[in-house]
Design a protein around this ligand. Structure first.
Ligand SMILES: Nc1nc(=O)c2c([nH]1)NC[C@@H]1CN(c3ccc(C(=O)N[C@@H](CCC(=O)O)C(=O)O)cc3)C=[N+]21
Length: 285
């Protein structure tokens, strides 16, 4: 078997095409959705991600608000920028690009984001709403994974899903999303303490590999026909490397490649969160 492609790039383009008329409708009401980014320091990867996010915004007609800050900025000055974006009516949602330099308290920064403007869905209030099942912005990568499956008609309800990795941006919130009544998956969340990873992966109809360990998912672990999504990001000899070992595409029924899979979907859901935040703005009748 050769796996069919879960094409994140094409799916992102489809989502953008759906967002465009919604942005136009907002503009007719005098609202231009604005996406803010806060970037600290000069990490090359972070710069490139932020650049892609602003290019996406431009494509959909969303305004960009960009705050690039020096690597040695103080916590107080960074928090002043957060307060400024919280107060700026042109900014409907924003993200603080992670990771932050080590001298900064990322937790305190995330807690300071106005929950109504949390485009990442990673602030404590948003994660709390996810646990409670209350409406709120959804974490972009897990949200993107679900949209990617849904738009390829891969059944989620009743499926056995094995998630490898319990990180705050992917594994942990993905487990919460998939076990909502609206998704109804049975989730196994694996991590470094998992005794028999191969056995857990082998039972899965859907495997989400988000460990950040190159090649951790090998072909023998995958149930024939399963959907396997590669979310791992590692750099081996300067090259972006995912969590799938070569050959998985021979066993799997569906593969989301990396790059070209969940990465573009993460960006599509970020813009979606901002458009949705702008749609919640009340205008006088
Ligand atoms: N507050 C915050 N929110 C984030 O969402 C966030 C973050 N911090 N820090 C870093 C990670 C990483 N991340 C990616 C998003 C898109 C691609 C993406 O679109 N990649 C393309 C191109 C990859 C390439 O060629 O470099 C692809 O997969 O095809 C990758 C990585 C968001 N992150």
């Amino acid at each position: 078997m050769t796996a069919k492609l879960l094409d994140g790039k094409a799916t992102k383009d489809a989502i953008f095409a759906e967002l465009k008329p919604r942005v136009a409708a907002l503009k007719a009401r005098g609202i231009v959705p604005g996406l803010g980014t806060v970037l600290v320091g000069d990490d090359r990867g972070s710069h490139s991600y932020v650049r892609m996010k602003h290019a996406d915004s431009a494509k959909v007609g969303v305004n960009s608000i960009r705050r690039d800050l020096p690597a040695d900025i103080t916590q107080a000055k960074l928090e002043a920028v957060i307060d400024e974006l919280n107060a700026d009516p042109a900014c409907h949602g924003y993200i603080v690009q992670l990771p932050l330099p080590r001298h900064l308290d990322a937790g305190a920064v995330l807690e300071r984001i106005d929950p109504a403007k949390d485009a990442d869905g990673l602030a404590p209030v948003s994660l709390g709403k996810l646990v409670l099942g209350e409406p709120g912005p959804l974490p972009c990568t897990p949200y993107g994974i679900i949209e990617l499956l849904r738009r390829h008609d891969i059944p989620i309800a009743g499926a056995n899903v094995t998630v490898v990795g319990r990180g705050i941006t992917v594994g942990r919130p993905l487990g919460l999303l998939l076990t909502r009544r609206s998704e109804n998956a049975t989730v196994t969340l694996c991590h470094t303490g998992t005794r028999d990873l191969a056995a857990e992966v082998r039972r899965a109809d859907i495997v989400v590999a988000a460990a950040g360990v190159p090649g951790i998912i090998t072909p023998d672990m995958v149930k024939p026909g399963a959907a396997v999504l590669d979310v791992g990001v590692s750099h081996v000899d300067g090259k972006l490397t995912g969590d799938l070992a070569p050959g998985v595409e021979e066993t799997a029924g569906w593969i989301s490649p990396n790059p070209g899979g969940v990465g573009p979907m993460t960006r599509a859901m970020l813009v979606t969160n901002v458009v949705e935040a702008a749609e919640r703005v009340r205008t006088p009748a």
